[in-house]
Design a protein around this ligand. Structure first.
Ligand code: JHZ
Ligand code: SAH
Ligand code: ZN
Length: 405
């Protein structure tokens, strides 16, 4: 039996992807033998409703100097984080000497804008390579995992934070108890802890099951976030649905009693109850969708191969590891994947060992079909690669179902 990472209750499994590699472990051919595998299975706590993975991957295996994901790799995300920074500056960072801490600041895409506004800031980022990129842009970063001890040190050295912000990071941290105790140590009495992560409600609705992989330890809902916040003396006071990464929610958390909760909080929690979002039957329904999508995708790729069509992948995403490895798609069905990230080009996709080529070579020559693994950046990529479709190329997407665009 697996115990809940939050409350110690029983976690009931609703889907098992089997042995899976680490989603951001892009290796050179000579290094694939040393790859780490773990059991990727997901369940819901019977007591506190938190949806979580059943096995935890040691954090240093995922987040280290070589972590390859660069947040600035998408124009849309650069705009999203610039807007986020402007919103925080206008609403929360208005005092005489405000202080903004970001957990998982990556290459500094958000904090760069805070820095440009002349506001005191600090990123906490364990992955040394991306932290260096941020520093090159003048962003202050501490190369560390955020947890209780780190937070206490920051509070002692720099004082309390008015805003603690995190995007696509809090759901990556199994030791959420330590994070909340850290926020308690670091946050000013009337400060806010704001974080955004993929929303379970969108994953279930749009069958975006490839959001489930090693790094995404928790799949949050307003209900589960409200409950975990309460355990540590905090209150969920705001929720905002965001369109990025296929659907996320931005949660705003304050010390209990410090701010009145917005009406949207109760509305979203009620909606989740109406949808039965934490019920095992609802969650098992997602499993049926996963199997259908994977079967359809494999059938389509086999059909295209038989017809002699040339097919490639686009976007060496972390998400794609789940699709490729669960569906059993290898280089025989999909000979290569194109991507713009320097640290991924020339490496192999984790587990499937499909080679990654530079997106600059996509048109030399264009394939007939391209599977869009970065489906969350569809608009941006389809526009950038307009020449592909102009020459007769077709995009394939697989969420919410397998389709040729
Ligand atoms: P993208 C990562 O997930 C991992 P991934 C992490 N766990 C998470 O939660 C999110 O990020 C935030 C490439 N690309 O954003 C760049 C092009 O080639 O969907 C990236 O490799 N051309 C932290 O990896 C990938 O696609 C383009 O025009 O699933 C996109 O990765 C664009 C826009 C992107 O996140
Ligand atoms: N905020 C960025 C980066 C997301 S990638 C964005 O939304 O695009 C997730 C980041 O969290 C990685 O850079 C990883 O190194 C970092 N991370 C993982 N565990 C962490 C922890 N305990 N404390 C701080 N950062 C962490
Ligand atoms: Zn629990």
């Amino acid at each position: 039996m697996t115990r809940c990472r939050i409350c110690g209750g029983q976690v009931r499994k609703f889907f098992d992807f089997g042995r899976q590699p680490l989603s951001d472990d892009f290796r050179a051919e000579e290094d694939v033998a040393g790859a780490y595998y773990f059991q990727l299975a997901v369940g819901a706590c019977a007591s506190c409703s938190m949806v979580q993975l059943l096995e935890e991957v040691p954090r240093e295996r995922m987040f280290n100097y070589d972590y390859p994901y660069h947040s600035s790799g998408s124009q849309r995300m650069r705009e999203h984080f610039a807007q986020t920074a402007r919103d925080l500056l206008a609403a929360e960072l208005t005092g005489p000497d405000p202080f903004c801490v970001e957990i998982g600041s990556n290459d500094g895409v958000m904090l760069g804008v805070v820095k440009d506004a002349g506001v005191r800031h600090l990123g906490v980022e364990p992955s040394g390579g991306v932290a260096e990129l941020a520093r090159k842009d003048g962003v202050r970063v501490r190369t560390d995992f955020f947890e209780e001890s780190t937070a206490a040190q920051i509070a002692a050295e720099e004082g309390r934070a008015d805003v603690i912000y995190a995007a696509n990071t809090i759901c990556h941290i199994p030791y959420l108890d330590s994070v909340f105790r850290g926020v308690d140590a670091l946050l000013a009495p009337d400060g806010v802890f704001v974080f955004e992560d993929p929303y379970l409600g969108d994953i279930v609705e749009r069958h975006t099951f490839d959001q489930i992989y090693d790094e995404h330890f928790y799949l949050f809902t307003a209900t589960s976030v409200r409950d975990v916040a309460r355990r540590f003396g905090f209150e969920l006071v705001g929720v905002k649905r965001l369109p990025v990464h296929g659907g996320e929610v931005r949660y705003t958390i304050a010390r209990a009693g410090a701010r009145p909760p917005a009406p949207e909080v109760e509305a979203l929690i009620s909606e989740e109850a109406r949808r039965g979002l934490h019920d095992l039957d609802t969650l098992k329904g997602l499993g049926a969708g996963i199997d259908r999508i994977c079967d359809d995708l494999v059938a389509l790729l086999r059909d295209l191969r038989e017809r002699g069509a040339r097919v490639a992948g686009y976007g060496a995403t972390a998400k794609s590891a789940t699709v490729l490895n669960y569906a059993g798609i290898g280089a025989d069905l999909l000979p290569c994947v194109y991507d713009t990230t320097p640290a991924k080009i020339g490496r192999l996709m984790p587990g499937s060992h499909i080679p990654i080529r530079s997106a600059a070579e996509f048109g030399r020559p264009y394939p007939d079909y391209a599977v869009l693994f970065a489906w969350n950046h569809t608009e941006e990529i389809v526009a950038r690669e307009a020449e592909f479709t102009a020459q007769g190329g077709r995009w394939i997407v697989y969420v919410p179902s397998v389709r040729i665009l």
